[in-house]
Design a protein. Structure first.
Length: 157
């Protein structure tokens, strides 16, 4: 990539990340989504997948979302937005730091993702390590459900 093109791509990426972003609209965590995640991951623990038992035995009186289901919701909006920036070829998950599941999310709750750019560091020519703070908020709940640092490699075109 020509140096001017790389600089334009980085400027667009920094502009995109210059403010905290609220991802999608509120997402309803319904039992169908939880069951689909349970099927995909083979994590069928009753606290997630058995509403009748959860109503009887769970302290929440209903099923709750898997923590990793919530974590998976933190990436989709950003990937679509970053790859739409001029000069960006690819975005690849690189990892996570400091993941914490702070509060359960009961089925029927609505959540949304907040993201904030923490850093953008060149790893090698044309490849940049993007670090973002991610938060899952629950509608009408003071406690956040999840906080994490998400890492991605951004390849410039």
């Amino acid at each position: 990539m020509a140096n001017g093109n790389a600089e334009a791509a980085l400027a667009a990426l920094r502009e995109w990340g210059s403010a905290e972003r609220i991802g999608s609209d509120w997402i309803t965590i319904d039992q169908a989504r939880v069951d689909a995640f349970a099927g995909a991951t083979e994590d069928r623990y009753w606290l997630h997948t058995d509403p009748a038992r959860a109503a009887r035995e769970s302290p929440y009186r209903t099923t709750i979302a898997h923590g990793f289901l919530l974590l998976s919701l933190t990436v989709s909006d950003d990937v679509a937005q970053i790859t739409s920036l001029p000069g960006v070829a690819h975005v690849l998950n690189y990892g996570l730091n400091k993941v914490r599941f702070l509060a359960p999310v009961t089925v029927g709750s609505r959540v949304r993702v907040r993201s904030r750019l923490e850093s953008l560091v060149e790893r090698r020519p044309g490849i940049w390590l993007l670090s973002q703070a991610k938060v899952i908020e629950v509608e009408r709940q003071a406690t956040q459900a999840l906080v994490a640092e998400h890492l991605a490699l951004v390849t410039l075109a």
